[in-house]
Write a protein that binds this ligand. Sequence first.
Ligand code: ZN
Ligand code: ZN
Length: 364
Amino acid sequence: MSDPRPRRIAALVDGLTAAHIDGLLLTGLPNIRYLTGFSGSSALLVISQRDVVLITDFRYQTQVAEEVGDIARIVIEPSSLWTGLWQQLAQMSGLQVLGFETAHILHRDFQRLNEVGSRWQWRPTADLVETLRERKDDTEIALIARAADMATTALSRTLPQVSAGMTELAVAGILERELRNAGSEGFAFPSIVASGPRSALPHAHSSARELASGDFLLMDFGAVVDGYCSDITRTVVVGTASTEHRGVYDIVRVANERGAAGVRAGMSGRDADALARDYIERAGFGPLFGHSLGHGIGLEVHEAPRLARTSEGVLAEGAVVTIEPGVYRPGWGGVRIEDDVVLGADGPRLLTNLNCPNLFPLIP
Ligand code: ZN
Ligand code: ZN
């Protein structure tokens, strides 16, 4: 596969013209990684019609050369990245109006632009790179698919090790060890393991609560491959499921299947959300599904697009999105089932392919 970075940079440069700016200062690290390959935690990037300049510090001297190669001119700045920025900008010709990334700049750094950097005009920009990142290429899809496989492998190896009496934190530890064993370079986010009434907290932290028979056990976690994330949730029952457990679970399962089978490139985020939400509402559980249906995944675990009632944006072909309906009954428990889906030209393709997609294992 050819190096995708020149194509990405060229697409961004086209966007600069449309945004009426001569160049763009990038401060968002995932955006910098997407454009240059640099995965370090300290960098500024300037892109114009003529130049691509990456400024980082001494700690990354070896890494930046390996990752970035000659896609950008690399500057190792000994004092402050900002000092390096002013020096580089002063040497670049044809720059008067520069954009900055409103979503990725600290207020104190914004003040630097208007004070030390006042010889240039600064224009706010939003989502110039995020929009490009929404449409994944084949290499990116393959990385997310590997991260999805690692997550499903880790889960299938974790479940047989789980039993009543274990704490949520211990289950999270097993899950994260199995993610590492499966080859994950890290965790897409701190794994959520929530049991019993805590499973009704959509974004619970794993706690010292001990699993008891009759609990829902909700696990939401993801693997990372070459910076690309997966994000999956499964909910099981410890011991024997009651009729009530099965009733709620089945509503969420059908909602998940409707979403994963019906989502299409070209659809609005709102229509995608409705695929699952309408079903949950008809079942009478609408008020208990209080979050949106899903989000894009890639270099970040939450990125564009949004599958939400408030999202009029159209889903791009090649986007990879989560489908994660949930029903949460406060004080009793909740179910969420989350899958990762690529929006291909000929329809959606499920990446989080557990052998039993309607997973509802009962843990003895
Ligand atoms: Zn998740
Ligand atoms: Zn998610």
